[in-house]
Structure formats: structure tokens, C-alpha cells
Write a protein that binds this ligand. Structure first.
Ligand SMILES: [Zn+2]
Ligand SMILES: [Zn+2]
Length: 91
């Protein structure tokens, strides 16, 4: 595999996909930049291999575009959501 360049520091070895508004930008950053640069955050649900611009991750470490609210979803909301998924998959 060819080493990819980090879009932030331009060193080789970047492995974390940079997302914007929940979509991959095609750019990569390295772990150093993820940890050292305050401009990037990870989402609890997307995992450590995806970086989001700082402003797109809320204080619960959820990306606003896709996962906001998931870790504090109430039991009722979760049940409603699951029956929706069941409905969709039956169609
Ligand atoms: Zn970097
Ligand atoms: Zn996420």
C-alpha cells in the first residue's frame, strides 16, 4: 500500500479519513495531527479512523451530521427507531 500524505502536516503515513458534514472528503490525516491539532475530532460512533472538523463533533463526541443524540437516546426513541428500521427492511 502506498503511503498517503497527511493533508495537515504533509508527512507520509496518514491513515485517518477526513470527513466533512458526514461525507468522506478523500483526504487523510495522520494520528499525530488528530491528537495534536485542535481542528480535528473523532466521533464515538464513527470510530478512531475517521476525523471530523472540530465544529462538527458535539460535546458528547458525536458527529453532528450522522450520530448526534445517539448516546443519549431515550428508551422510547430507541424502540421507535428500531421499529422504523424493521418497517423499512420489510418493504
Ligand atoms: Zn499530519
Ligand atoms: Zn459519527
Amino acid at each position: 500500500m502506498v503511503d498517503k500524505k497527511c493533508t495537515a502536516c504533509h508527512r507520509l503515513g496518514a491513515s485517518i479519513e477526513l470527513y466533512d458534514d458526514g461525507d468522506p472528503t478523500g483526504e487523510l490525516i495522520c494520528r499525530d495531527c488528530l491528537h495534536n491539532d485542535k481542528g480535528y475530532s473523532t466521533c464515538l460512533f464513527c470510530g478512531d479512523d475517521i476525523a471530523h472538523p472540530e465544529g462538527q463533533v458535539n460535546s458528547n463526541s458525536e458527529c453532528k451530521a450522522v450520530h448526534a443524540g445517539e448516546s443519549c437516546m431515550s428508551e422510547d426513541e430507541r424502540n421507535g427507531w428500531e421499529s422504523n428500521i424493521r418497517k423499512w427492511s420489510e418493504e
